[in-house]
Design a protein around this ligand. Structure first.
Ligand SMILES: C[S@@+](CC[C@H](N)C(=O)[O-])C[C@H]1O[C@@H](n2cnc3c(N)ncnc32)[C@H](O)[C@@H]1O
Length: 348
């Protein structure tokens, strides 16, 4: 972890050296652009040097850190995996995989625009001192088109599709394109390979991903490794239109950046995302059977959390006076075996 934290500050410093304008203001500007005008293509920001280096210096390491944490949480036992990054942008997914595994062998990055991939690679090479990145190949292709334009020559152990599906559009109209891309990607996987889909933690893209999850479970021959427990036919959070399943990954900001975050007004005390990790059938990965899917709820001295399990959505409850505190230490998205918390299940 320390390695990636240093990396974040190094990235910030490198970005500062790339342009004379005030980096903090550029990050703020980029933040409002990213949150308010999602439809704008990344390549447009990358054409403006000030915003490009703001993205590379601030968002690239954050996203890479998030992806690295997700990969680590999957406990994949692989040395130097082969990686395919779909919708790679500035290569946050590849940097994340590099941070998680320490070494990658073959890598293909695919995007409709070459500019962000090239700029990302140059920037990452500038911050990684160990020069351990393998040769990264680029393919410029439309992911809505046939896979012959983007499929790698190797069978990937890990396919990353991060913050891409939501760019296809949201809702029923766009779901077929997403299903087709997921099915094509899954076809490329090595027998024990994993496809990791990451989406923004906000409600609309997450609920779209939850619908895709139900389709994958019910109609396709894949295993869902995370975040869903086994044997969950339909996502219980989909029933409530105000709910969505996302994770808040623990995140300790490097102290050098805390002050800068404060000045910018962005709170970075956790990394939020929604995600789905799937494998081919028989790959041998076992999902954990209990996942925290709510924020903390406290009333009259009792902590409560909702947990997704093969038995449905359960409420776990624990008195604040209980000396062996479990619930208050957990965050949204944490997973554990249900038998460790059986005594906390609240009777309906
Ligand atoms: C928000 S960026 C995410 C970049 C990177 N994966 C990350 O997580 O930081 C989305 C990327 O998806 C690419 N993209 C969107 N739709 C695409 C399509 N139909 N074909 C290829 N790339 C696409 C965009 O060009 C952009 O680089």
């Amino acid at each position: 972890m320390a390695k990636s934290m240093n990396l974040e500050y190094q990235a910030f410093q490198l970005a500062e050296s790339k342009h004379p304008s005030d980096l903090k203001k550029d990050i703020q500007m980029l933040w409002s652009a990213l949150t308010e005008e999602r439809s704008t293509e990344l390549s447009q920001y990358f054409r403006k040097p000030a915003l490009r280096r703001a993205y590379l210096g601030y968002y690239l390491p954050l996203y890479a850190n998030k992806i690295a944490q997700l990969i680590k949480s999957l406990n994949i036992k692989l040395e130097a995996p082969k990686v395919l990054d779909l919708g790679a942008g500035p290569l946050s997914g590849i940097l994340g995989a590099h941070l998680a595994f320490g070494k990658l062998s073959e890598v293909l990055a695919v995007d409709q625009d070459l500019g962000p991939m090239k700029a990302g690679l140059e920037f990452i090479q500038g911050i990684l001192k160990d020069k351990s990145l393998p040769n990264i190949k680029f393919a410029r292709a439309n992911l809505k088109g046939p896979p012959k334009y983007w499929k790698p020559r190797f069978k990937p152990d890990l396919i990353i599709m991060a913050h891409v599906l939501n760019e296809f559009g949201s809702g029923e109209r766009y779901i077929e394109d997403k299903k087709t891309l997921i099915a094509h990607a899954e076809n490329q996987l090595a027998p024990k390979g994993i496809l990791l889909i990451v989406e923004p933690a906000s409600k609309v893209p997450t609920r779209d991903l939850m619908r895709l999850r139900d389709w994958l479970y019910q109609e396709t021959p894949v295993e869902i490794i995370a975040p869903c427990p086994p044997k969950v036919e339909t996502c219980p959070l989909l029933k409530d239109r105000n709910n969505w399943c996302h994770a808040e990954l623990n995140y300790k900001r490097p102290k050098e950046l805390l002050n800068i975050d404060l000045q910018i007004g962005l709170n970075r005390d956790s990394l939020k995302c929604s995600y789905l990790a799937i494998s081919k059938q028989g790959a041998g990965y076992k999902p954990t059977n209990c996942r925290i899917v709510s924020g903390p709820m406290s009333a009259r001295g009792v902590h409560r959390r909702y947990a997704c399990t093969p038995e449905g959505l359960l409420t776990l409850a624990q008195s604040e006076r209980d000396k062996n505190q479990i619930l208050s230490k957990l965050t949204r998205g944490d997973a554990f075996e249900l038998n460790q918390a059986k005594r906390l299940i609240e009777k309906p």
